[in-house]
Design a binder for this molecule. Structure first.
Ligand SMILES: [Zn+2]
Length: 255
């Protein structure tokens, strides 16, 4: 039997769950970053020379980052899906959702890890050149590398990617429910710390149907948050009341 409208209303992720997820991912990423920073300082030598760093170093760094992101983001997505399934009387097949989470996290994390490694490689080039020209000690160089390889960077990645994984979990649920004939919309909720953000605030409470982008009050469109690093907006899904006409549908769609 079809559940009544309202029973499928998504709720924002409680702050304590959200912070715990971010902290766990940040801690795992910090371990990887610190290990690679130590290895990098050793490889660069003194005076530092980027030519001493083999290309495999960046491949290894991307691979380890990817391993952490894949495991943790899959876990985040499944946690969010489970929370949703618990709240809702109508739920897609659990195995389908597990498949969606696996596929998305593997595709996405490979790309993001490679991007992180490429950016770090470029930034390290600048730091090393500067260290050589200004005659920095090895300790000074290590300190400067910590800005890129360490807790601050790990935390930024953890917050941003947790936001992305949560929004993707909602999107996967919306798609699966759509296959079951349940019409839903995604709703964009700005986080406590995003209420004053000029980029995110215009999206607060915007809604989107399957495959559609959100449209902000300023006319901007986006498929999902995050819109910027450290973005903490959320996406929840809600059932569309049966009497509501689909956006842009001809009148005959009413029946
Ligand atoms: Zn924002």
């Amino acid at each position: 039997m079809r559940p009544a409208f309202g029973t499928l209303t998504g709720k924002a992720i409680p702050d304590e769950i959200r912070s715990k997820t971010e902290r766990r991912l940040a801690a795992e990423l910090t371990k990887v970053e610190e290990k690679f920073k130590r290895r990098l300082v050793r490889l660069l030598g003194h005076p530092p020379d980027e030519g001493n760093v083999p290309i495999e170093f960046w491949g290894d760094y991307a691979r380890e980052t990817n391993r952490v992101l894949t495991t943790e983001l899959q876990d985040t997505m499944l946690g969010e899906m489970e929370r949703y399934v618990d709240l809702s009387p109508v739920a897609p097949d659990w195995d389908d959702l597990v498949g969606d989470a696996n596929r998305w996290s593997m595709d996405h994390t490979t790309r993001i890890s490679q991007g992180i490694a490429d950016n770090s490689n470029r930034i390290v080039g600048d730091i090393v050149r500067d260290a050589r020209e200004s005659g920095q000690s090895q300790a000074e160089l290590a300190k400067r590398l910590s800005w890129r390889f360490g807790r601050a960077h790990a935390e930024m990645v953890a917050i941003t990617e947790t936001t992305r994984a949560d929004a993707e979990a909602a999107t996967a649920l919306q798609n699966r429910l759509g296959e079951m004939g349940v019409r839903t919309r995604r709703r964009w909720l700005t986080g406590e710390d995003e209420r004053v953000c000029p980029i995110c605030f215009p999206f607060d409470h915007a809604t989107a149907e399957i495959g559609q982008p959100f449209t902000a009050t300023n006319g901007q469109q986006a498929m999902n948050p995050p819109l910027h690093p450290r973005g903490r907006c959320q996406v929840v899904i809600e059932e569309i009341p049966p009497e509501e006409v689909p956006t842009g549908a001809p009148p005959e769609a009413l029946q």
